[in-house]
Each structure stands twice: as C-alpha cells, then as structure tokens.
Design a binder for this molecule. Sequence first.
Ligand code: FAD
Length: 263
Amino acid sequence: MLNILVCVKQVPDVDQMKMDPETGTLVRAGVPAILNPLDANALAAAVTVKETWGGEITLITMGPPNAEAALRECLAVGADRAILVTDRAFGNADTLATSYSIVSAAKMYGSYDLIFCGKETLDGATGQMGAQLAERFDAAQVTSASLIKEIDEAKGTLTVERELETGIETLEVDLPCLFTMEKTHYPARIPNLKGKMRAKKAEIITVTADDIPGLDRGRIGDPGSPTKVPRMFPPVLPEPGVIIDEGSVEASVAKLFEVIKGV
Ligand code: FAD
C-alpha cells in the first residue's frame, strides 16, 4: 500500500492583510486564516493517486493550534489522518528549522512513498520547503509536477509529467519521491456533507517538541533559524503614468513635446 504524505500550511488571506507603516510589521489581527491554495491542489493530486492506485494519506502541518482547521478541511476531501506540529518552541522558525521540525515529526508516524507539497505559499512564498523536505526525507524531487501518469509499486518507480516553459517533460523516478505540484490537472476538491462530518469528528494527532525523541532543540524555532529579517517595508511604487489625449494626433504630439521640454 502506498504511504502518502501531504504537507499543508495555513496562511493568512494576504488579500486582506496590511502593513503597519510605523512598525513595518504585518497586521494579522482580524485577518482570516485559509488553507494555502496551492496545497489544496497538491492534496487533490494525492487523493487522485489514492483513488487510482490505493494508499493512505497522512497530512502534516506545522503551525499554531488553530491550523487544525486547515487539517479538518483536508480530511473532508479524502485524507485519512492528520498531524499538527505545534509548540511555542517551533515559533520564529525559518525554512531550515521548519523543514527539520516537520520531517522529525512525520518520521514518527512512518515512512512515505510519495510526498506532496504546494509549489509555494501565499505568505512566505520562498518555495524552499519542497527541496529541503526532499533532502531530509532522502527522497527524489520533482518540481513543477503536473500529472502523475503511472505508479509501479513492485518496481518502486513512478512516471510523472513536469510543466516546463518549453513544453512537457516526462520522467521516470524512483520512490520515495516528493512533488511540488502545479494545479493544472488537479483542481481543489470540494467536500461533501459525509466528508465534512467525518472530518469534524476525526482525531488530530498533536505533536509538541517534547514528543519527538532525539529532537535537537538547537535546530528548531529561533535558535535553529539562521535567516533573520531585519526590516520589512512595502515596495515604493513608481509615479503613475499620464495619458495624453488632446483630441487629435497633432495636438497630442504637440502636448507631448511640451511635457518633454518641461514647458
Ligand atoms: P514554501 O517553501 O513557499 O512552501 C512550499 C510548500 O511547502 C507549501 O505549499 C506546503 O506544501 C509546504 N509547507 C510550507 N510550510 C509548511 C508548514 N508550516 N507546514 C507544512 N507544510 C508546509 N512563520 C510563522 O508562522 N511563525 C513565525 O514565528 C515565523 N518566523 C519566521 C522567522 C524568520 C526569520 C523567517 C525567515 C521566517 C519565519 N516564518 C514564520 C515563516 C516560516 O519560516 C515559513 O512560513 C515556513 O518556513 C515555510 O516557508 P514558506 O512559507 O516560504 O513555504
């Protein structure tokens, strides 16, 4: 049976987020949290694999306790179990510490043949997690994966298409393999009532730093994060352009020359 892991993140709805011009920090208060949209596509890919070749889907997220809502949303559309990695000790983590923490927790619950990630998140948007997770899971990695075409469990291989600027590339890769998914063939699944009821009642496995045997505290949270953010500021937008329309080409050109000459 295929053991499938899907990494999902709850993110603030950035369309509704503003920056405090005084402090240069993001104002998160009152901003709704949503499932990272591309993670819904990654999950849809995993559910399609499960429907076609069988398997069990484990979800994992690292985040605050309310990230449980994102996990239940995913359980409602076909995932089987969910792990929430949450602890103040994990706070202030950069991607290096985040990937270490996620993999340390995930390994407690088994090994995985397929690992699905979104391409990037709405908020951090570094796109670094996929590569870091693949390395830590000792898995092959396929970026911009668009279609899982065939899985040969006996051989331990899989055929997958990647979307490139110049066309489609078809690869055969060994398992285990991690994908950062394109959404092309995998629209987000819509939960039905039965799925929602099941998700509401499902047990969420909660993992704290103390629960992970052998976890190196120097590699998690702030102490484990070599990336520091000294300052954040909104981009300075260029002055808006001016449309010159004096009613005729001749008059508009004359006006343009006046503007250029600074009259
Ligand atoms: P990407 O690399 O863009 O994500 C790609 C994919 O990886 C996602 O689509 C998803 O499938 C998977 N993924 C990403 N994040 C997670 C996750 N958490 N759980 C499961 N799967 C995931 N963030 C905080 O929330 N709190 C903090 O206190 C905090 N402090 C930070 C301090 C520093 C110095 C820095 C640099 C970052 C901090 N962050 C914090 C942001 C945090 O490190 C990133 O959100 C996280 O590492 C993921 O990076 P990303 O959002 O760029 O993911």
